[in-house]
Write a protein that binds this ligand. Sequence first.
Ligand code: ATP
Ligand code: MG
Ligand code: MG
Ligand code: MG
Length: 441
Amino acid sequence: MRLLSKVFQPLITIPKNAKIKSTEVTCKSQKLLLECGLIRPTSSGLFAILPLAQRAMDKLETHIRKHIEAAGAQRISLPSLTSAWLWDNKHIEAAGAQRISLPSLTAASLWDKSGRLQEMGPELMKATDRHGKQYVLAPTHEEAITDLLADVGPLSYKQLPLILYQISSKFRDEHRPKHGLLRARQFTMMDAYSHHATEECVRNTYERMSQAYRDIFEGLGLKVYRVEAPSGAMGGSLSHEWQAVAEAGEDSLTVCQRCQHVGLEAKCQRCGGEGEVVSSIEVGHTFVLNTRYSSPLGACYTDAQGARPALRAACYGVGGSRLLAACVEAGGAWPRGVAPYSALLVPPKEGSKEWQQLGWSSVEQVYSQLSVLPTLRDDVIVDDRCDMTIGKRLMQANRMGYPYTVVMGKAALESPPRYELVCGSSTQLLTMPELLKTIDT
Ligand code: ATP
Ligand code: MG
Ligand code: MG
Ligand code: MG
């Protein structure tokens, strides 16, 4: 059940709130969005989009996409400040996270306060406005989220734990960008931040979010290990990297031959078995931060006695664009649910006997029979480049790795017609009811 009391919605009354000058509020929508706790300014002209506004934005995005795609537009992402993501957010939200959006431009003064302006040095991309104010194009958002909670706070202990997440572009001046999306200078990340009163609560939420991560990766069919890791420039007391086994990976880990435990040592810490070293890709990283950012940035909560201790935090990041690339690295076919299209329909070659006897109407018929399957709704595409042979189109389909390819070959002329279903390395010749049953299960 969704409870309004748990929604992160800092309510304010403009003339009374010292942090927002009433002279800066110049229109109805601005006043409503601010007062109802839907948005929050972070710097001049920059806003955090809070969970209720984010829900509305998500719906708006779905609505816009539906109509714009019906008009024939295809979605892409050019380097920009927009977000793009590859799975729905059910696992993260099931763990209690609420979606927000923070601006990519973050005040350099915040990075100075946390000490990371120095620590991360050349990896930070910077920008300056016309008044000379300096910004960091966020490589991650610990400073920004902590500043937001300091600004709206102090939260009551009753509002905790609070888990906020976003999906947005991150910027890092990588010394050597490499492997396409695996190491880019701008990439998409799902980053979540949880805030707590007690260390026990941090650990519980950390494990719950870890389970959400396992569900995410399992849903993609990826073999991902959680490995204890140093916390590096992020700081904090504990961290885990989420490593996907793949040859192109720049990292490596040792997998026990006997119990599959993961670790960094040659001998398994759990069972003493021999470890095998494999290449891997860091697809995610989670950290217990405790008060690493809330202390220097002044983010606290009010406890039952009215005292104001610093918030304890954990953070969770998955590289979306890197994960997309890792899916492609790891397997022959796209995971279901991520494949650009789940099924490809290959009609006969133009001028062939099948083409002449079946005609385009039977292609349309097969297409609509496939499209009504719940697993394939709006997710079937026809390779209508019928001047190419079936073999040539199949070769390209194979390379692309569609989960299902349906071919209208010679057997489509039989009575009842049969179709080839190519699924990974297996090919079956099936009647339409058999085909639909196979795909549906
Ligand atoms: P790496 O060790 O590969 O440089 P990182 O440890 O610097 O990564 P984190 O700060 O832990 O990365 O960020 C969280 C996640 O963001 C990473 O686990 C990864 O999935 C993703 N990520 C980090 N850097 C990049 C990049 N340059 N391109 C694409 N994704 C990235
Ligand atoms: Mg890095
Ligand atoms: Mg790393
Ligand atoms: Mg990392």
